[in-house]
Each structure stands twice: as C-alpha cells, then as structure tokens.
Design a binder for this molecule. Sequence first.
Ligand SMILES: Cc1cc2nc3c(=O)[nH]c(=O)nc-3n(C[C@H](O)[C@H](O)[C@H](O)COP(=O)(O)OP(=O)(O)OC[C@H]3O[C@@H](n4cnc5c(N)ncnc54)[C@H](O)[C@@H]3O)c2cc1C
Length: 383
Amino acid sequence: MRRPDYDIVILGGGLAGLSLAVRLASVPYLRTLILEPRTTYVRDRTWCYWRLHAHPFGDAVAARWTRWETLHRHARNDVRHTLQDSAALPYEMIPADRLYASAQSTIAAQPHIELCTGTRAGALRELSDRVEVETETGRVEAGIVFDSRPPTARPGALEQIFLGQEIVASEPVFDPGRVTLMDFAVPQQPGAVHFLYVLPTSATTALVEDTWLAPPSAVLPDYRATIRTYLGERFGLADYAVAFEEAGAIPMDTELQAEQAAGRIIKVGAAGGAVKPSSGYAFLATQRMADRLVADLAAGRPIRPVQPRRAVARWMDEVFLTALRLQPEVAPRLFSSLFERCRPAPLVRFLNDVGSASDTARVIAAMPKLPMLAAFAAHLRGQ
Ligand SMILES: Cc1cc2nc3c(=O)[nH]c(=O)nc-3n(C[C@H](O)[C@H](O)[C@H](O)COP(=O)(O)OP(=O)(O)OC[C@H]3O[C@@H](n4cnc5c(N)ncnc54)[C@H](O)[C@@H]3O)c2cc1C
C-alpha cells in the first residue's frame, strides 16, 4: 500500500497544534506537517493557568504567583475581599509570543516536522487508509489529521468577551505578589456579568483585562475607558502607557464539548472541546490532550479518543451556565463563594476538570444553594 505524503497533518499551528508538534519532536519516524494560515507569529494572547502538572513550555513562563484574590460587592454595598494562596499550585502566565518562539525553535531542529505558514486548510476527505486535505496550493495526504481549526459556537451562546491592556505605570502602584482573578466590585449591567482581572508583573507593570460574560448581541461599554476608570479608582493611577493589547471572545458553549470521535480525523484544542465552558480556560486541558494523543502515537497503538472532562463536570458546567444565563446578577456571589469557602487545592483541581469525587463534593458544598437549585430546576426543564 502506498504511504501517504505525511503520517500526521496538523491543521492550525496555534496552541493545540504546536503542543502536539513539540511532543512529536521525540517521535522521529512520524513525518509531520503543520498547516497554518498566519505568516508571522506575534503575541496575540496571554495564557494563564494553575500549574497542576508539567508541560513542555516551562521556558515560556513569564510570571508566577502563589496568591490570588477575588472581590465582590456585598448586599450592604461593602466590598468583600477573598485572598487564597498556594505555594504548591502557582498561577502562571505565558505570553503567546514566548510559547510560539519556544515551539518554533523545537520544530526547526526536527527534520521530520514541517511548519508550513501562509497556508489555509480546506475540505477534508477521509478514506480507508488516509485523509486528503485540500489547501490553497494543492492536496496533501495524511495518515492522521489533527484538526484545531477554530470551532463555531451556537448563535446566541454566552461568550467571555474581553480586552486586556499591559499597563506601564508612571509610579509603583501594583502588588506583584498577588493576582486579582475577578474583581466584580465594578459597575454591572442587566443581562451580563462584569469583572476586571489584574496580573501584575512588577510594581509598575500589569496586564489588566476588562471582561464580560454576555451574549454576543450585548452592547458593552468602552473597554479602554473602563480600564482607565478602574486604574484611577482602585490604584489612584492616571498616568500610564499601554505596551500591549489583546482582545477575545471565547464561546461559553457546552455544545462545543462534543465527544472526540475515533477515526483518522481528530479534533483538538478548542475544536476538540478543550475550552471549559464555565471559565474559558483551555491551556491545561490542551496540554493533557496532547500528552495522551502523542503517547498513543509513540506507542504505535490506535489513538483513543480524549474527552477533556467527565460527564459530571460537563453537567455541572451546563447547570452553572444556566445560572449565569438566567440570573447573571448572582454570578459574582457564585464565583466569590467558591473562593471564599473552598480551599485552593480542591477548587483548582475541580476548575481544571481533574478533581476527585470529594473535590466535587467540597465545591458543591461551597456554592450558594438557592441560585444553584433554581438553575438545576431550569436546566431540567430544558430552559
Ligand atoms: C485573547 C485570548 C486569551 C486567552 N487566555 C487564556 C488563558 O489565560 N488561559 C486559558 O486556559 N485559555 C485562554 N484562552 C483560551 C484558549 O486557551 C485559547 O483560545 C487557545 O489558543 C486555543 O487553542 P487552539 O489551538 O484550540 O486555538 P488557536 O490557538 O486559536 O489555534 C487555532 C489555529 O488554527 C489556525 N487556523 C484557522 N483557520 C485555519 C485553516 N483553515 N487551516 C489551518 N489552520 C487554520 C489559526 O490561525 C490558529 O493558529 C484565551 C483565548 C484568547 C483568544
């Protein structure tokens, strides 16, 4: 039988595609091609995650914190502040350009891996022994295709919509010892959830993100003006420069958790359900997915489909999102209760879909009961 052009073709050289590629560096007998439309890699996002397990991009980590806080406005209008810390589970930050550079240098040293930029993949045709991939410049054959092309969410699904600015302050105002994960003590608007996220890398520099959980149709206030007001009110800062900006809209759509199917075309990354619908985090799930898939390939066994999270976690995300959709005004209390009442280790494991049954029980015990019961009932009614 004729061998296809490549053993592996990866569609998309973003987080998931490059995460697979750097692991495939140690599997020299698998000829691998990555098809990526962009022609240059620049910093287009910043990944943060709790370091629950190792991954190959340790050299790209730019900052690490062991303390994180949440703030929300209490019924009597006072601001409630929760601080958690864990030396064992640091929160880490990777600017995308550092990860892209790290992956590109690994790939460049491997003659069996080609990164083909400026090339968009089109239709796929799965045959019994290969997959045909259409590209703008012709057809490529693959034994296996990993498809990380961005998925399309259902129209109207809730999104995490944000704009972040890397602030360079004229005076020391930030505490680089702690991250503000979610500051809900900011103006809210009906039908949406609003918080700011602060990642200080020194006393004068921080990535500050204005974030909304809202349907795509929501009309939201100007992000840059909101960040300016926030910096003034919380840090007394008026004079600053913006060194970098990023923006995104991550779908919070439980339908994007489709089961990974067996076969020659395997969806990975966001397309393979790696984004946790209730939080928008995908970095660690993508790493675990890449570990599992490449372990199967390296062992020469058929690839076992990877599910990013168990059925119970999927179901809890659905109930949580029902609560956000039907009662967005309770979201600050929902999120804050978790950080107030649950210890860091079980909470972080739960938020990353690697929690045990007892972690899940602790998280459920920490949630405010009435809004969650209402969301559960609405979910059962199919609302
Ligand atoms: C601004 C931003 C910040 C984020 N921050 C975090 C965070 O802090 N923590 C976290 O866990 N998650 C975060 N996420 C969510 C998630 O981790 C990222 O979206 C992540 O990049 C998803 O990885 P991916 O490989 O699935 O998609 P991408 O990284 O978007 O890669 C998909 C690739 O497919 C390519 N492509 C598109 N069309 C084609 C085509 N036709 N043919 C071939 N290739 C194609 C694209 O050019 C791209 O390179 C963030 C997302 C954004 C947008």
